[in-house]
Design a protein around this ligand. Structure first.
Ligand SMILES: [Zn+2]
Length: 498
């Protein structure tokens, strides 16, 4: 009895602790542009339709792995004719892909939002609404701004207020009754006051500002960031210069500003403009009582991404996370001049950030080991989510621990018992595949499959070998050895059956 009580007590302590502290991971991406060359590259002449999915395939794990991924949509979905610079309208297919790769929110107030006039502004909003992508910054009319601004985003028990402003609209008029949020401190002060009154856990302001192609922020940007902080913002994320600018995490004050994230995707090929940075951060909320809690920035880092345009006739675009490109053992980046441009971008960016960043270093998602065994003590849905987040940063050494804990926990934990088998299977299946997709090499993948089978996990027999193979990272050398892997897997599976 005593033992039983102490186990029960320990369980309750774990549960209480888990409820006290919650976390939210966020990732911010820079300018999503739509130049003519990108539109042409996205067109599939065989299927006769636009498809952007390949372009984003390598960054998808970064975006989808965070609780909230937010980017700057610097184009319109105005319908045909599709055009790039100077008055952008991209195919709706791009919106579909942005949703698919994990963008949770897009901000729309920037100097291109009225490129196609009233129709473009309103149609962009309609497309985002139809895709259920929350957005803010531009509005059909005052009523919609009054009701929907600031944008309040709810996730994992957090409430985040998102605000967004631009310095201007390239001299193009905004047609009444449309509204484009401008960097006007009188209006911003009111909006920030309203945001504070709504008592969110954090306020994020997206500012479209600064001078193009400048690597350091202007005094105007610094002053405006300080203004936002003075009026309650915790995070300020800047865009527009089309090059990266430094990131400062003022730990004492619990504030973070990224002056410019650069281009997330664009047709710009010149030095400094051919890539961007993604800022990853985690908020931690500690609840003291039912109605009192404190949220702070717990960790922050940046990851670089470079835009590759193939040198062949297709001229396809791919966003290459720099850490992946540096391990490009199959020369996915096929030509020498592209490989040089990639290296120059990585070097330039690291030089700038190592000199000017404050408290924000580079995170190399597949090298960091943050997965703690204690995380898996209570395998409830919260932990399940955390595990999914950490998947991208696990190494193959963690596989056995992860799978065995996961397997046991799923069998024992009350929450899982309440789930239908089918739902449980679906979730596990997806998680296992996601997990496998980030393993770095053939051996790790094979090893994982063997462990799965050893554990006679409820899923191991149901994952098809083709399913597994389709998850192999195309940047990885294992692509070359697909048949070898297939044979090994089939053999391993046969042996187990006998
Ligand atoms: Zn801009």
């Amino acid at each position: 009895m005593k033992i039983f009580l102490s186990i029960l007590f320990a369980f309750l302590v774990i549960q209480l602790h888990a409820q006290d502290t919650t976390r939210l991971s966020l990732i911010f991406a820079g300018d999503i542009m739509g130049h003519d060359s990108q539109i042409a590259a996205a067109y599939d002449p065989i299927k006769k339709r636009y498809d952007y999915s390949n372009c984003f395939r390598f960054v998808k794990p970064y975006l989808a792995g965070a609780d909230l991924a937010i980017g700057n949509l610097e184009l319109t979905f105005a319908g045909r004719p599709y055009k790039g610079y100077p008055q952008f309208s991209s195919p709706d297919a791009l919106g579909v892909t942005l949703k698919d790769i994990g963008f949770d929110v897009l901000v729309t107030s920037n100097n291109h939002c009225v490129d196609r006039g009233r129709k473009g502004l309103e149609r962009t909003i309609a497309v985002l609404d139809s895709l259920s992508i929350p957005h803010t910054g531009t509005f059909v009319d005052t009523v919609s701004r009054m009701n929907d601004y600031p944008l309040m985003v709810r996730k994992n028990g957090f409430v985040i207020a998102v605000l967004n402003y631009t310095y201007g609209t390239n001299g193009l008029p905004v047609t009444r009754p449309n509204i484009v949020n401008r960097l006007d401190t009188a209006i911003m002060r009111k909006d920030l006051k309203k945001a504070c009154e709504l008592k969110p856990d954090a306020i994020i302001v997206f500012t479209h500002w600064g001078a193009e192609y400048q690597s350091l922020p202007s005094k105007g940007q610094k002053d405006l960031a300080d203004f936002c902080f003075r009026h309650g913002a915790k995070i300020v994320i800047g865009a527009h210069p089309h090059v990266i600018q430094p990131i400062e995490w003022r730990k004492q004050k619990d504030q973070l500003v990224a002056y410019s994230l650069g281009n997330f995707i664009s047709g710009q090929r010149k030095r400094y403009t051919d890539g961007g940075s993604m800022v990853y951060l985690e908020l931690e909320k500690v609840a003291y009582a039912a109605d009192s809690s404190a949220t702070s920035i717990d960790s922050a880092g940046y990851a670089l991404e470079w835009v590759y345009r193939t040198a062949d006739a297709k001229k396809h675009y791919y966003i290459i996370p720099v850490e992946k490109g540096e391990k490009d053992s199959v020369q996915f980046i096929a030509d020498v001049s592209s490989r040089d441009a990639f290296k120059i971008f990585a070097r330039d960016s690291r030089q700038l950030f190592s000199k000017y960043n404050v408290g924000v270093g580079e995170i190399r998602l597949d090298n960091i080991r943050q997965f703690a065994p204690s995380d898996s003590v209570a395998c409830n849905t919260h932990i399940l989510k955390r595990t999914q987040e950490k998947i991208a940063i696990l190494t193959s050494d963690d596989v056995r621990l992860f799978l065995s804990t996961f397997n046991n926990a799923c069998g024992n934990h009350v929450e899982f018992k309440e789930w239908s088998n089918e739902l449980l299977f679906t979730v596990l299946h997806q998680h296992t595949l996601d997990f496998l997709s980030v393993l770095q090499d053939t051996d790790a993948m094979l090893n994982t499959v063997l462990i799965l089978q050893e554990l006679s996990s409820p899923i191991s027999d149901k994952i098809s070998i083709d399913d597994l193979l389709s998850r192999i990272d195309p940047l990885d050398a294992s692509l070359k050895y697909k048949n070898v892997i297939r044979e090994s897997l089939l053999k391993a599976r046969e042996q187990k059956k006998n």
